[in-house]
Design a protein around this ligand. Structure first.
Ligand code: ATP
Length: 514
């Protein structure tokens, strides 16, 4: 645990030091769980967003993108169920006065047991060597079987009591498991209460006529209320999808873990409209497609897993998370939900407007079913950033800090250095920049020894460093150094563009999804 915490602290301080993420309003001591993306972070975030948008909108001829407003008519949130049911169960510790999400306390307890199982597996794998059969070990080792039973029964009970809104049982579970406040170690808990997560605001100037609004807690509803507008104006035929990315706001009870849980964040969502009865097959297809998108970035298959939900939200008939191994363990990165016709039917009911589709093949009208994919852009940013940050031991015994961002997402693709600040080398370096900048984000650096400049770009995540030296004047070649392998090669200036393109082109990376 201590190492995990330490690693996570390094991620946060690296993000600040290298201009990726700053705390919002830092000069006023910050605002809890609100963050600003800095000069490099804004680029990385934009690249992740584009990578998603291309995969969803550009590469699927039956998916289109929209950009709906953050403010929506307040009845939207009555219809969607958010006014009545967008609650989290909160619990306070009476001694530390700290507030927690009751379900998260239980989930953290379960994660600890899962950690123990993983430890047992690692130990046994070492002991048995090549003859180790993981499946068999998991099924037969007495201690592991007991741990697993505890995990299953705990999650089942939590799911059931949350579904039945039995908050008394949620508290009983916390007490039975003897969960202590992580701050104080005390087990002196208040009752569990529901807390609505929506931020309220007002529209209009005068106090009497002002209208109570909410900042949207998810982007999905902007898609649902536009379903018919898009279908008609785009002459869309079912099955088809509508995608959008944008800000969402949640007054999270406990906002910690940096940009993992923010109060203002960004979502990338896609609602796929289908014929009722076909939801199971589309749900499975989107689970698989989304996992392929993640894997295309090459961040290690072992760092992802599916988690199928026992507890379903009020709108869903099936739901799964794609979990990622964050520095604090496996946690939800993306949700795939089979939302039935819940949302469109509700909007139909509350607005009095028909939200139906005429299926020419079936020759009838129906309210489509929906399969949704929903990923947090900031969580994806954290997954990419944390996974890429590595301390590497070098052959000469020294270490280097390197941010091995997938090259397609890196904010700066290449840094160009003159070996020395004279003899016309800076001028050549700037000419190279002037040529490359039409295709890529590139930067110029002439400060310090070249070795230190390399280290700076390693920590910054820049995939290539290009050094101009005296030989360049004679034969128009430069040294290009690769961030991950640290290999250097001599190439013609005229070959640079193609070489960088081959490594950073979105097309090449996205094709790995096929
Ligand atoms: P959690 O269980 O972590 O609160 P959720 O199940 O409420 O998440 P959804 O409503 O399914 O999340 O939202 C879809 C995605 O939006 C999540 O998978 C996550 O990536 C992202 N997300 C949700 N809440 C936040 C938040 N407070 N900060 C950052 N990202 C978030």
């Amino acid at each position: 645990m201590a190492k995990q915490e330490d690693d996570f602290k390094k991620v946060i301080s690296h993000a600040k030091e290298y201009g990726y993420v700053f705390q919002s309003s830092e000069i006023y001591d910050g605002l809890s769980a609100v963050y600003d993306y800095a000069q490099n972070g804004a680029e990385l975030k934009k690249n992740i967003q584009e990578y998603w948008w291309k995969a969803m909108v550009q590469l699927n001829d039956n998916i289109v993108g929209i950009d709906a407003a953050i403010l929506m008519h307040p009845t939207t949130w009555k219809a969607s169920g958010h006014v009545d049911a967008f609650n989290d169960p909160l619990i306070d510790n009476k001694d530390s006065k700290k507030r927690y999400r009751a379900d998260v306390l239980v989930e953290d307890y379960v994660a600890k047991i899962e950690g123990k199982i993983e430890k047992e597996v690692t130990k046994a794998a070492k002991r048995f060597g090549d003859s180790f059969d993981k499946e068999q070990f998991l099924a037969t080792n007495q201690r592991v079987v007991e741990y697993q039973e505890k995990v299953t029964s705990t999650l089942k009970r939590l799911g059931k009591s949350l579904e039945n809104e039995d908050l008394v049982d949620v508290k009983a579970l916390i007490e039975e498991l003897e969960i202590a406040c992580p701050m104080s170690g005390s087990k002196n808990w208040t009752d569990v209460k529901q807390f609505n997560l929506m931020f309220g605001t007002k529209l209009g100037a005068s106090a009497d006529s002002a209208m109570d609004l909410y900042l949207r807690p998810e982007t999905a509803q902007g898609i649902f209320v536009n379903f018919l507008n898009v279908q008609k104006s785009g002459r869309m035929k079912i099955p088809f999808g509508i995608a959008q990315t944008g800000k969402a706001f949640r007054n999270e009870i406990v906002a910690r873990q940096f940009i993992f849980r923010m109060r203002e964040f960004e979502q990338m969502e896609m609602q796929f409209f289908i014929k009722p009865g076909t939801q199971k097959e589309w749900y499975e297809q989107w689970k698989e497609k989304r996992m392929k998108w993640h894997l295309s970035l090459g961040m290690g298959q072992e760092n992802y897993r599916f988690h199928d939900h026992d507890k379903l939200a009020h709108y869903a008939d099936a739901a799964a998370d794609i979990e990622f191994r964050f520095p604090f363990g496996f946690k939800e990165l993306e949700g795939i939900h089979s939302r039935t016709d819940f949302d469109l039917s509700k909007h139909q009911e509350f607005s009095g407007k028909k939200l139906q589709y005429f299926d020419t093949e079936e020759n009838k009208n129906y309210v489509p079913y929906v399969v949704e994919t929903s990923i947090g852009l900031d969580r994806m940013f954290l997954a990419v950033f944390a996974n890429s940050l590595q301390e590497e031991e070098l052959e000469n015994g020294s270490t280097r800090t390197v941010l091995k961002l997938p090259a397609v997402l890196a904010p700066t693709k290449a840094a160009v250095f003159p070996l020395v600040k004279k003899d016309g080398l800076p001028e050549i370096a700037k000419e190279i920049i002037d040529d490359l900048k039409w295709d890529f984000n590139v930067l110029y650096d002439e400060k310090d020894a070249v070795g230190r400049r390399y280290r700076r770009q390693d920590a910054n995540g820049t995939p290539f460093c290009i050094t101009v030296d005296h030989q360049t004047i004679e034969d128009k070649t430069v040294t290009i150094r690769h961030r991950d392998s640290m290999n250097q090669e001599r190439v013609a200036i005229s070959a640079l563009k193609e070489l960088i393109h081959a490594a950073v082109d979105m097309k090449t990376w996205l094709m790995k999804m096929a």
